[in-house]
Design a protein around this ligand. Sequence first.
Ligand SMILES: Cc1cc2nc3c(=O)[nH]c(=O)nc-3n(C[C@H](O)[C@H](O)[C@H](O)COP(=O)(O)OP(=O)(O)OC[C@H]3O[C@@H](n4cnc5c(N)ncnc54)[C@H](O)[C@@H]3O)c2cc1C
Length: 429
Amino acid sequence: MNIQNIAIIGGGPAGFMVAVVAAENSSGKIHIDIFEKNITLKTILYTGNGRCNLSNEIYDYKELASNYPRGEKFLYSAFSRFGVKETLDWFYRHGVETYVQEDNRIFPTTDKASTIRDMFIQRAENISINILSHTSTKKIIKKDDKFVVQMENFTKEYDKVIIATGGSSRDLQNSGYELAKSFGHRITELKPSLTALRTKENFVQKLAGVSVKNAEISSYFLKVDCHVGAEAHPRNDGRLITKFKGDFVFTHKGVSGPVIFKTSAYCAYLNYSKNNPLLLKINFLPDLNRETLEKELLEEFNSNPHKSLDNILKKYLPKSLIDALLEEAKLDTDKKASQITKEDRKKILKILTETELTVISHEPEGEIVTAGGVCLKEINPKTMESKLVSGLYFCGEVMDIDGLTGGFNLQACWSTGFIAGINIFKEIL
Ligand SMILES: Cc1cc2nc3c(=O)[nH]c(=O)nc-3n(C[C@H](O)[C@H](O)[C@H](O)COP(=O)(O)OP(=O)(O)OC[C@H]3O[C@@H](n4cnc5c(N)ncnc54)[C@H](O)[C@@H]3O)c2cc1C
């Protein structure tokens, strides 16, 4: 029997998914080596705060794909073939039971990311996948119809190579991007995504750890043109860029949490900085119509003339937050309701519905994923094979695909990994 040699560069979730799917379907006709420069499946242990948010309960493939600021249309094919249902079935068949949290996020029932790692490692060992940890791939050369893969201390020939090296916008030496570039692939601009945001305003320091539920955060670019994703979208000064509802938390230097991550993902390509900041407007009470709120406040003040301002407003927001915001707006927290002027009421309304923060950077080195990667125009979405070099495949975050928080980034690894794995063995049979 003619055995085909397959090299998988990168032992993360995408690499392991390809390896297991290909090996399970090839009836022993392939030999797989996984090369991992560090420890295999290390990152997965940190996912979902150690619980591994492996997917999100969205069964419609188009709706699922709408959670990817980059890669949406490319993923249609993979998701329609191997979407959330197929993924959960696959994990179930591999001994991993899952449950859906209230917010649609999906976790293993053990609530332990190690369950996912252990399953992959055990399965890989059972089906004779060769795992080489601490083995970095330096170079890949195509020689006739074979790939020569070079490691630090040895080289080996392969029939097919899968690049599943994940994302990074900083450490590019020996990265999958460099390997892909050596085959003529274009790498789109790399940017951190799903990050906390740093603000100019120092008062956030006092609020570090204070969390806010269901706020509406709008972002505005204050200056010149910019672009979202690979396509250029010039915007005028002061125009609205994003508007999302969700939870967030104040940090020592700014803001973080789900709605901030989402904002950061859609603003990943806006080169905001101290001199070119982003403006965030926070509506703490988005479900209350402005006029209704104005009326309600007036009634509160009139019927509680002796109550202090912060006491009245704590009905709406945590007291520490109210105190910091009133101080910032130069309003006396102890001021009695009867003393509140029309001008004060305007300020209070602005605090509750339009608090402004000036974003000067994302949290350095704090990203969850990388936006940008191997250009999708050069990859076949039905097979994950390179359109430039036959026998070369890509999957996972190394491609120009990134999702929002909620299990979407791992789902992209499972789906693209499955498609690559299936197609590798299909071509061999
Ligand atoms: C803290 C944190 C929490 C997260 N939580 C979630 C979550 O709950 N849900 C979710 O969906 N997503 C989450 N993500 C994102 C998710 O982990 C990634 O999108 C996913 O790991 C990408 O998988 P991958 O296999 O493409 O790449 P990676 O996981 O990055 O794996 C690639 C591997 O390739 C190796 N490698 C790179 N270059 C080489 C080379 N030249 N030679 C050999 N090996 C190489 C790397 O060492 C790495 O181990 C989280 C990310 C972080 C950082």
